[in-house]
Design a protein around this ligand. Structure first.
Ligand SMILES: Nc1ncnc2c1ncn2[C@@H]1O[C@H](COP(=O)(O)OP(=O)(O)O)[C@@H](O)[C@H]1O
Ligand SMILES: [Mg+2]
Length: 284
């Protein structure tokens, strides 16, 4: 573990009775880094977050958050971390503002921060509405606002934009990037390859409780770009996709010299294709 690792995980495993849910996970996350866990439903993403936030005990292995071993996680650590999960309970009968105020009081946060974060997530106008009356997208923004109210050094996000409309997704992504730029270490789980590609500095592909591949999104895409292909648009409006070969090179050469070629793009695999190649299964 280096000085700058805010999350460090070594050989972590979890068994539920005879079911092995997590198998020998190791990774670390630094300040200002978004680390993504990309995997389908049941891969073990939520279990990992539960263990790292002290809600569930690992079977073997070790981990630390902000230098504190997870067995010793207590209230003091919660003052420095934020968690967004799907059971992040809001008080439905209380207003948007009150939901944040309770939390602010608990953590000794100045009330001016409540207005600031409400404006940032676009809920200031709705501050007096009961949380139970919010749309799903507004609810998720409130959960996120509450998780970052105290400017945590470490943030755990369990599928934060899942099931939301595209404009709310974009808003949430913007906020996540802003937090990263302010130095927060972010552990994000997702089954959405576009989200992983767009947000994450480093990714681990998680399948059946096991990390099967790690790297930056670009590294993962390029390392699995064995069958190089090119998409070509010709002057006569014909669009062709060709695999790399001597014949393709000759064809491209000919189209270029005869001024027939309008556009040419290399076709990189998506993270979905990478996942399929490594695991033999889809991300959903
Ligand atoms: N409390 C539990 N008891 C027994 N099995 C569980 C429990 N929680 C999760 N699991 C199992 O562990 C595996 C991983 O679950 P989970 O971490 O929720 O996956 P994900 O969040 O990636 O969809 C699944 O097979 C799930 O059924
Ligand atoms: Mg989950």
């Amino acid at each position: 573990m280096t000085q700058t690792d805010l999350i460090n995980v070594q050989h972590l495993s979890k068994h539920f009775k005879d079911h092995s849910a997590l198998k020998d996970l190791s990774f670390s996350i630094k300040a200002g880094e978004i680390f993504g866990f990309l995997g389908p439903s049941g891969a073990g993403k939520t279990t990992t977050i539960k263990i790292l936030t002290g809600q569930l005990k690992q079977t073997t292995g070790s981990a630390s958050v902000l230098g504190v071993p997870i067995e010793k996680i207590n209230e003091a650590i919660y003052e420095q971390i934020g968690i967004v999960t799907h059971n992040s309970g809001l008080y439905d009968k209380l207003s948007v503002y009150k939901n944040l105020e309770i939390f602010a009081k608990l953590l000794g946060i100045n009330k001016s921060r409540i207005d600031e974060i409400l404006k940032r997530v676009g809920l200031f106008e709705d501050r007096n509405k009961a949380a139970g009356k919010l749309s799903q997208g507004m609810r998720q923004r409130l959960v996120l606002a509450r998780a970052v109210l105290h400017k945590p050094k470490v943030l755990f996000l369990d599928e934060p934009a899942s099931g939301l409309d595209p404009s709310t997704q974009i808003e949430i992504h913007r906020l996540i990037i802003e937090l990263k730029n302010n130095g927060t270490a972010i552990f994000l789980t997702t089954h959405n390859m576009e989200e992983a590609d767009k947000l994450c500095d480093h990714l681990a592909l998680l399948n059946d409780g096991k990390i099967v591949e790690t790297g930056t999104p670009r590294e993962l895409r390029l390392n699995h770009n064995k069958k190089k292909r090119y998409k070509i648009l010709l002057k006569n409006n014909e669009e062709v996709t060709l695999s790399q070969s001597m014949e393709t090179t000759q064809k491209i050469n000919w189209w270029m010299t005869s001024n027939e070629l309008v556009t040419i793009h290399s076709c990189e695999p998506t993270l979905e294709t990478v996942f399929l190649e490594v695991t033999g299964r889809k991300l959903i």
